[in-house]
Design a protein around this ligand. Structure first.
Ligand code: AHM
Ligand code: MG
Length: 330
């Protein structure tokens, strides 16, 4: 991974990448909102921030106070930028219209991994941006495009320190938040995820619900050096996609949240628009791969804004191997 030579701020880096001014303004506005969330996340004992709101969101999940606050902060930051036609959030039932005739749509998960809020664990924000015809009619279907339409995506991890990954389609850069100056500075330009890794991120407690292909993949991983893979694997699971994908961005690995058997057929946990597609964009821009086991995440066109799918993402060779098992080829 290349180390930075001098302090390069977010806007300067976006200008280096010849990003158009409106998109630079939008990414900057989102990151300003994330800086506010980072401030809130770093004072976890404040009573008005920790705990449940007592409401359930559109996903059927109990909303945390920090979920609600983060959603409002990002809605404000995005709509005040003046360059966004509408936004879709994991915490909002329907799309929210912003500025008439503006050029961009933003989809985001304001605070992913919210089960970690109360325990000071990894949490993060995920976003993606697409362009929209200024004169087109705006409705939910404006958001229902494949991930190939993404022009920029990013995540911010509110961990031991706040770090971010951002791509405007010219590689993926890592940033860290300089708390003294309250700005994101470039830490690692154009990261490249190693194609192979012996670290996997998955929730073993779902084993009984996996399909046979994924069961066979994990069974071979568990045999380590004594099995067909001939190498010992390590498991890492933050229960925070941003935390797990940041580790993978830095040193490689494979994150897998496969589909699970339920009484209503197969179901998946992660949302295409807010989690899977932005992460797939960032990881592909860094040389990794992302699939639902059968097709590239970036080729999937969601049927509604909250649609979910299986996600296998990370080091390219390991993602390919995992997909082969899911397809019954191993
Ligand atoms: P959330 O958006 O409700 O926080 O759920 C998404 C999170 C991911 O960050 C994480 O990878 C996964 O859910 C963890 O799921 P589980 O609790 O089933 O291990
Ligand atoms: Mg989420």
């Amino acid at each position: 991974m290349k180390e930075k030579k001098e302090n390069v701020g977010l806007v300067e880096r976006l200008e280096q990448l010849e990003t158009c001014p409106e998109l630079t303004l939008l990414v900057y506005s989102i990151m300003k909102g994330c800086q506010r969330i980072a401030g809130l996340a770093s004072c976890p004992h404040a009573e008005d921030i920790i705990g449940d709101v007592g409401e359930v969101n559109i996903q059927g999940e109990a909303q945390k106070k920090l979920d609600v606050l983060s959603n409002q902060i990002l809605k404000d930051a995005i709509s005040k930028s003046g360059v966004v036609r509408a936004l879709a959030s994991e915490e909002e039932e329907s799309v929210v219209e912003c500025t008439d005739g503006a050029a961009y749509l933003v989809s985001f998960d304001p605070l992913d991994g919210s089960s970690n809020i109360d325990v000071n664990g990894s949490i993060g924000t995920i976003f993606s941006i697409t362009s929209v015809e200024k004169s087109s009619v705006l409705n939910e279907s404006s958001f229902l495009r494949s991930g190939r339409a993404i022009v920029s995506a990013g995540y911010v991890l509110y961990g031991a320190s706040a770090v971010a990954a951002i791509s405007v389609g010219k590689g993926t850069d890592l940033y860290s938040l300089n708390k003294q100056e309250n700005t994101f500075v470039l830490s690692h330009p154009c990261i490249q995820i190693p194609p192979c890794s012996n670290e996997v991120a998955l929730n073993m407690m779902n084993q009984r619900l996996w399909d046979d292909g994924f069961k066979a993949y994990v069974s071979d991983l568990l045999q380590g050096a004594d099995g067909p893979r001939q190498v010992d694997f390590k498991m890492r699971w933050f229960a925070s996609m941003v935390g797990d994908l940041h580790r993978i961005s830095v040193r490689g690995g494979c994150f897998a949240y496969p589909r699970l058997k339920s009484s209503h057929g197969w179901k998946s946990k992660l949302r295409i628009l807010y989690e899977a597609a932005p992460m797939a964009f960032l990881i592909e821009q860094a040389g990794g791969e992302a699939t639902n086991g059968f097709e590239s995440i970036l080729d999937i066109v969601p049927g509604n804004i909250h649609q979910r799918d299986a996600v296998i993402v990370g080091s390219s060779e390991e993602v390919k191997i995992c997909s082969s098992y899911i397809q019954g080829l191993c």
